[in-house]
Design a protein around this ligand. Structure first.
Ligand code: MD3
Ligand code: FE
Length: 184
């Protein structure tokens, strides 16, 4: 997976997107697949081209597709065909505030997440923004399938702490999160 992540971020570098409100996100993102997730003053959406390069996003690596399909099938979502992978890089101190993933066309399809590097305290809320989130830790190597009633739950990540074990030898002093999605 790491070799493929390096390949993607060489072709489509990680960048800090702006929110529709004009704030720069602290997490650094890029995408691969048929479409990629984009945020700017105009809103959130999936595009066929990377707005930085005006070129198609890098292809979805076979290893990402295989992992996502194996995990989805095991969780009861056979036939999952992701067409996009969002790659998030968190440096220490970076967080992601509570949100729902609603920019995809088909909420019947799950989202498969893969956590790598530093671990994170994940906030798992309810279907309403004000529902009090539970906290669980996501560790290096965790793969989670978010489907069915979980698909539209609010979620977020507390500020990432540096690991007492030091940086992962491949991944460095970061947390990477892959989310495989059927976006269009
Ligand atoms: C629950 N990413 O990219 S991964 C995101 O750690 C996102 O980078 C977080 O939220 C991260 O949108 C959380 C776990 C996750 C991903 C997608 C979900 C949980 C989810 C979609 C619906 C419900
Ligand atoms: Fe999300």
């Amino acid at each position: 997976l790491w070799r493929e992540i390096e390949r993607v971020i060489k072709e489509a570098p990680l960048r800090q997107m702006s929110t529709p409100g004009g704030q720069k996100m602290s997490v650094r993102t890029t995408s691969c697949g048929e479409v990629g997730w984009v945020s700017d003053r105009k809103g959130y959406r999936y595009t066929a081209c990377d707005p930085e390069s005006n070129c198609p996003w890098p292809a979805l690596p076979e290893a990402f597709l295989h992992l996502a399909q194996t995990a989805a099938t095991e969780a009861g979502y056979a036939g999952f065909v992701p067409d996009s992978c969002l790659i998030n890089r968190y440096d220490p101190g970076t967080r992601m505030s509570l949100h729902q993933d609603k920019d995809e066309r088909d909420f019947a399809a799950p989202i498969v997440s893969v956590s790598l590097g530093f671990d994170a305290v994940f906030l798992f809320g309810g279907l309403r923004r004000n529902d009090r989130p539970s906290r669980t830790r996501l560790y290096h190597g965790d793969v989670v399938v978010w489907g069915g009633p979980a698909r539209l739950r609010f979620h977020g990540v507390l500020p990432i702490a540096s690991s007492a074990d030091g940086p992962h030898p491949l991944i460095g002093p970061h947390r990477f999160n892959l989310t495989l999605r059927k976006a269009s």
